[in-house]
Design a protein around this ligand. Structure first.
Ligand SMILES: Cc1cc2nc3c(=O)[nH]c(=O)nc-3n(C[C@H](O)[C@H](O)[C@H](O)COP(=O)(O)OP(=O)(O)OC[C@H]3O[C@@H](n4cnc5c(N)ncnc54)[C@H](O)[C@@H]3O)c2cc1C
Length: 432
């Protein structure tokens, strides 16, 4: 049996950030990862927002294994045959202090885990934590799948990702509702670097992030296209209950997205290198478990700290922010010799005063709005229909008034003014 001050389960961004801060605070930390190396089992769309690292790894942008800096962001609203794109680009995001970057998870997660190791944490890979060790209602360690693989410590940090068996075993989750989850699927498609530069209109290490609404047919969700150096990522986020009905497979929806006239020219001639799938805790704040227990803290996706709000799909930055807070709170509790829920409660207050809880609390309605009828069903059809009519020149007929076009498109698509106003107001309150 090995003993430590803090055991961190999962070497994703949350776990490595937790291990890093606890080790820097002088604690003996064991970071346990089931994969053969950090990131080997992790999957996401592809964009990391690294500002949160400023404090942990000064000048991280000089050494982090990034593919491209995102200098062009698009939001594409589409129907089966139309696409309306808001396209923004700025050179500022291609220079320090940067904004977002595409990166491969095996590279990025290994790099961050190495930082924890440099700080003194012990990384143990190819080891699955199979359960918690408890004494009198207090978590005191974990069991692993290794022979004699019990580890004890006053604090266990569950950074084991979206299905966190540890948080569930500790009784920190209430009822689990499938409607709170989506399935993310993604293809990584190889294309020569010059072809990507040409097609996406970027040069050097600049890249593009496209978020898509209206590309998932009858299944609520959304899509994305991101550029790496010599691959692109094309993927979808899909409502789990709708998929479970079994009417359509995710591969079919992804094939349809790739065949859409606005996407087909971007992926043409590419070779599919990889297909991956992963569950996302879509409902954010409304599905968060209790994050502090006796001897245990829950962080990152394990605590549903992932923001899936249409124009934003971010989780790595929330994982790092919450993981770092968990590591600091754990170290303090160890110093004070109190690893009860009260002794660990500094974790919650750290999060409450950080972007992690502030963003999640303010945007708690956003995932529901994004998956609702207005965004999924009506917005793409009405927006594309209005723009098509505005740009269509119909001589010898005179130009119609914009308000008449909007009304006729709403009527044609069955969207009532009352419903649009109600959801529009909710959206304004949430995002405004
Ligand atoms: C399709 C898709 C697209 C996404 N796009 C983006 C994006 O573009 N940008 C962004 O910021 N976020 C994105 N996300 C969200 C992001 O991936 C997550 O929010 C983030 O990975 C959470 O980090 P984490 O460390 O909490 O969990 P994870 O990254 O899931 O890491 C958990 C770790 O724990 C390990 N583990 C699990 N169980 C055990 C166990 N029992 N024993 C030992 N180890 C264990 C796993 O192997 C893994 O390494 C996306 C997610 C998906 C699915």
């Amino acid at each position: 049996m090995t003993t430590a001050d803090v055991i961190v389960v999962g070497a994703g961004p949350a776990g490595s950030a937790a291990a890093l801060t606890a080790a820097r605070a002088g604690k003996r930390v064991v970071l346990v990862e089931r994969g053969p190396f950090p990131g080997s089992k992790n999957m996401y769309g592809g964009v990391i927002y690294g500002r949160v690292l400023d404090d942990l790894v000064p000048e991280w942008y000089r050494e982090a294994p990034i593919q491209r800096w995102v200098t062009r962001r698009q939001t594409m609203i589409m129907t089966g045959t139309q696409a309306l794109t808001v396209d923004y680009r700025t050179e500022a995001w291609g220079e320090e202090p940067y904004n977002g970057a595409t990166a491969y998870r095996p590279d990025f997660d290994s790099w961050l885990a190495d930082k924890a190791v440099d700080a003194g944490a012990e990384l143990v890979c190819s080891t699955t934590v199979t359960g918690l060790l408890s004494e009198g209602g207090q978590v005191v360690g974990v069991r692993t799948d290794r022979p004699d693989g019990e580890l004890t410590a006053p604090v266990v940090i569950a950074a084991d990702g979206v299905n966190s068996f540890l948080a569930k075993e500790a009784g920190l989750y209430g009822e689990v509702d499938a409607a709170n989850y989506t399935l993310g699927v993604k293809e990584t498609i190889a294309l020569p670097r010059e072809v990507i530069d040409e097609r996406f209109g970027v040069r050097g290490d600049h890249g593009v992030d496209i978020e898509i609404i209206g590309c998932t047919g009858d299944v609520p969700g959304g899509g994305f296209v991101y550029t790496n150096r010599d691959t692109i990522a094309v993927g979808l986020v899909l409502s789990l209950p709708s998929l479970a009905k079994g009417d359509v497979r995710p591969e079919k929806i992804l094939a349809d997205l790739k065949a859409h006239p606005a996407v087909a020219p971007l992926v043409e001639g590419g070779e599919v290198k990889e297909y991956s799938a992963h569950v996302i805790p879509e409902a954010g704040y409304d599905m968060m478990p209790e994050i502090v227990g006796n001897g245990i803290l829950v962080t990152g996706d394990a605590a549903a700290m992932c923001l899936a709000a249409g124009i934003w799909l971010e989780g790595v930055n929330f994982a790092i922010g919450s993981g770092a807070a968990a590591g600091r709170a754990a170290a303090k509790a160890v110093d004070q010799g109190d690893a009860s829920a009260t002794g660990l409660s500094g974790y919650r207050s750290r999060l409450e005063s950080s972007f992690v809880m502030q963003d999640h609390r303010r945007l708690r309605e956003a995932p529901h709005l994004v998956m609702g009828d207005l965004a999924q069903k009506y917005l793409p059809a009405v927006a594309c229909g209005v723009v098509e009519q505005v740009f269509q020149v119909d001589n010898p007929n005179p130009k119609p008034r914009l308000r008449k076009i909007v009304r006729s498109e709403m009527r044609r698509n069955g969207l009532r003014i009352r419903d649009a106003a109600r959801d529009g107001w909710r959206a304004l309150r949430t995002f405004g």
